[in-house]
Design a protein around this ligand. Structure first.
Ligand code: NAP
Ligand code: G4F
Length: 353
């Protein structure tokens, strides 16, 4: 049985990837870190031990800022595959904690690759690095592909750039089967509530059920290429099963503005947003009731923004036969439906008080 180590196991992608790997019959070592409140919400249903199909799940504790903990895990499990998903992944927050972001996102990847090298696993262990479309930053061409020059615009993207090149370097210098997945934004009902799509679907559902009055937003005009996380973890898996290591863009090839995303979500809940005013004074007002549902708040703007991302995933399609199954509207449906259900439960619990 092949052993796959997943860092960032408690995150959005980790929670989908663990399920995928278990369904493929792997022994999965899910790396979690010590935090003061539970971080297991997305994977509470995944119990350790041998699963029904014979696969196995093991939880191990480690932190990307702590080499000894990583060495211990590699020494114990000698994984056949490592998916490095762990990161301080919030771009805006990376401006507040730039050094920590570098520790986890840049040096964290280096520490894992050093475990492979120092423990003599270079011929055995395949390595996936969660690289990002944020590397393209102030984009040099549209759409962006594997050959588009990088121009990072945040401490997060700069840290990820270091990890990207470290992955390439360890592939070339030591022959490690190491791949970068340059993934464009991917969302799901498991997306953290700090990211814009989930913030919107969660707030819209709360407004719908009368638990919240309005939503405070940052830059509505930035454009992103949004896909569904489930499709993107399939792509990560394909990269490590291929005959040779390489770097791939995964993207939907469609892009939409934050404003459009808001309008579609609210329309699904029977609101009809009309925009009035400019800059931080702009408001989103429901045409039917005249109520202000969206306001702008300066705190959600970034010192430097990535205005436009749209990916070209031709290489992944041709070489890995990767194709996303979810449409943009299907993604929004999935998220809205989930958050309506979640909020309905919340409301029922509150009504009982
Ligand atoms: P996420 O939901 O924020 O999950 C991040 C994971 O990293 C969590 O499990 C978190 O643990 C863990 N982590 C954070 N700091 C750590 C540390 N010091 N040591 C060990 N684990 C640590 O992110 P995601 O959306 O699943 O993304 C997965 C990866 O893909 C990230 O590397 C992200 O930067 C990258 N990426 C994401 C996207 C996207 O659109 N989602 C696009 C491109 C690239 P806790 O649960 O304990 O906080
Ligand atoms: O949802 P976001 O925070 O995602 P962002 O910055 O694009 O980063 C995500 O995708 C990257 C891949 O390209 C990953 F590497 C990264 O780890 C993360 O998963 O913001 C999307 C856009 C930005 O332009 C932001 O300025 O939405 C804009 N935005 C407008 N109002 C907002 C808000 N973003 C957040 N988080 N909150 C707002 O209120």
């Amino acid at each position: 049985m092949k052993t796959s180590l997943v860092t960032g196991a408690t995150g959005q992608d980790g929670s989908y990837l663990i399920r995928k790997l278990l369904s493929e019959g792997r022994r999965v070592c899910a790396l979690t870190r010590r935090v003061s409140t539970s971080n297991m919400a997305r994977i509470t249903d995944l119990k350790p031990g041998v699963q029904e199909n014979g696969s196995e799940l093991v939880y191990c504790v480690g932190d990307l800022t702590d080499s000894p903990s990583l060495m211990r895990v590699f020494d114990e499990y000698a994984p056949d595959e490592v998916y490095n998903l762990a990161a301080q992944s919030d771009v805006r927050v990376s401006f507040d904690v730039p050094e920590y972001t570098g520790e986890v996102d840049a040096l964290g990847a280096l520490r894992l690759l050093e475990c492979i090298r120092q423990l003599g696993l270079t011929k055995k262990t395949r390595f996936y690095q969660a690289s990002t479309s944020e590397l393209f930053g102030a984009v040099r061409e549209k759409p962006q592909s594997e050959t588009t020059p990088f121009a990072p615009r945040s401490p997060y993207a700069i840290a990820k750039l270091y990890a990207y090149w470290t992955t390439v370097n360890y592939r070339e210098a030591y022959g490690i089967f190491a791949c970068n997945g340059i993934l464009f934004n991917h969302e799901s009902p498991y997306r953290g509530e700090n990211f814009v799509t989930r913030k919107i679907t969660r707030a819209a559902a709360r407004i719908y059920y009368g638990l919240q009055e309005k939503l405070r937003m940052g830059n509505l005009d930035s454009r992103r290429d949004w896909g569904h996380a489930q499709d993107y973890v399939d792509g990560m898996f394909l990269m490590l099963q291929h005959d040779y290591p390489d770097d791939y863009v995964l993207a939907s090839g469609e892009q939409h503005s934050v404003r459009e995303f808001l309008e579609i979500v609210f329309r699904k809940l029977d609101y009809d947003l009309e925009w009035q005013g400019h800059g931080v004074d702009e408001k989103g007002i429901d045409r039917r009731t005249g109520k202000t549902l969206v306001e702008i708040a300066a705190e959600f703007f970034r010192p430097t923004e990535v205005d436009y991302l749209c990916g070209d995933a031709t290489k992944a399609r041709k070489i890995l036969n990767w194709r996303p199954k979810h449409s943009f509207d299907g993604l929004i449906e999935d998220m809205v439906r989930h958050d309506l259900e979640l909020t309905q439960h919340e409301k029922k619990a509150l009504d009982k008080l």
